[in-house]
Design a protein around this ligand. Sequence first.
Ligand code: SF4
Length: 282
Amino acid sequence: MSKIKVSELFYSLQGEGMYVGVPSIFLRVFGCNFSCSGFGMPRGELSQERFAVDPSKHSDYKSLPLVHTGCDSYASWDPRFKHLSPFMHVNDIVTEMQKLLPDSGFSNDKHLIITGGEPLLGWQRMYPDLMDEIINRHMGLKHVTFETNGTQFLSNELYDWMYQNSTWIKFTFSVSAKLPCSGEKWEEAIRPDVVKQYTQIPRSNTYLKFVVATEQDLDDAVIATHEYRDYGVFCPVYLMPVGGTNETYELNERNVADFCRDNGFRFSPRIRVPLYKNAWGT
Ligand code: SF4
């Protein structure tokens, strides 16, 4: 039985990166190999903010508080919140997608985004079944984005499925590689060998996206970009201001934009912060 532990399934606008503003179904799956507790903290310190959220007081995502520090989607991987993410059969996931999509399908440039957590952990073995089900229902799927941290190789099964279907489905890998400001170790987070595999799917788009706040983060982004280039990964690189809340986001938005302009990086906004206050399910 093909089941996936689903944290959230919702319809919204892509909030960041290359396809910002594109109407999309988001499938957020449970689990991550990182915790990224360093975001928004002084270098070397880890956020404890999520531990102040009492899981027993919440029965759905929409009631969860936003955090100012650490990973802003903590409930999609922290085991304390796993009761909020039910196992769903792929058929039921697709039925739910049909209910959420205005015309029950992906017509007129709507995308499917598979996110997390880290979506390329174990659940990747279910994606061929999931996408076959969407195809069998003639929903017009033409574009799938994986929002990944770029540390997980594609399994042979998923790689082959994507390779065979790449003529009619465009696959995008939005690789949010984690710099030291995340609190994760460089050698575990910056994996050009993994990202190179993504670029080998025909017609696929791969781009890197670094979350930055300080001058040191900008320097790290430059060094990491060289590391990917040295390995033969030549793809667009976006810099995106840190911040799950308006106060934090607005603090460094202009600095990051200016740095991108002056140094030949692409700037990514986070439109879900001003539009929807980064609320769950948006
Ligand atoms: S990789 Fe992404 S989902 Fe995982 S902890 Fe870091 S920011 Fe959160």
